[in-house]
Design a protein. Structure first.
Length: 165
């Protein structure tokens, strides 16, 4: 884990940005090749079907939809493994969580700032004390995905408790 995984947005100390550690380049290259393959399969199937003189078929539409949905999911995985960040913004009224994939954002969740509790979920791993953060209120919860050392999580918990109260 890098010590600089947690940053504050410039000019706004109420926004925490937790970055991932990039996955190895070979993993991202393999995922990219699989993405390209799933993107080209329906195009090539259409080309071969038309060049053989069979014409269009409804199965081609289904292949486009299925392959491109899988491709979009793979794109999300590639972007998360390369550029993924979690943004946690809090003020007196609410806490906002958002997953940032660099080119689009997802998983936006807003909690009202009433009866907030912040917990650390320790994840048992062989050599490291790591965990995730859970922010709860009476109705809903936010669970971060990026694993961080427990010391950094305790620091975040302390700072958030000071600013929320």
């Amino acid at each position: 884990m890098d010590k600089n995984q947690i940053k504050f947005k410039e000019g706004n100390p109420n926004v925490y940005i937790i970055s991932i550690n990039k996955s190895p380049m070979i993993i991202r290259i393999i995922l990219l090749l699989v993405l390209i393959m799933f993107s080209l399969i329906p195009i090539l199937a259409t080309y071969f079907r038309l060049s053989s003189g069979y014409g269009l078929h409804f199965g081609l539409v289904i292949s486009f939809v299925i392959c491109w949905l899988i491709g979009f999911y793979l794109l999300r995985i590639i972007l998360w493994n390369a550029y993924g960040k979690e943004k946690i913004e809090f003020n007196n009224k609410q806490i906002t969580y958002e997953a940032d994939y660099r080119y689009f954002n997802d998983g936006k969740k807003v909690l009202e700032n009433k009866s907030i509790t912040i917990d650390i979920n320790k994840i048992p791993e062989e050599k490291k004390d790591i965990g995730t953060l859970t922010i709860n209120n009476e109705l809903d919860q936010i669970i971060t995905v990026i694993k961080l050392p427990l010391e950094e999580l305790k620091e975040i918990e302390k700072m958030m408790n000071e600013k929320i109260s």
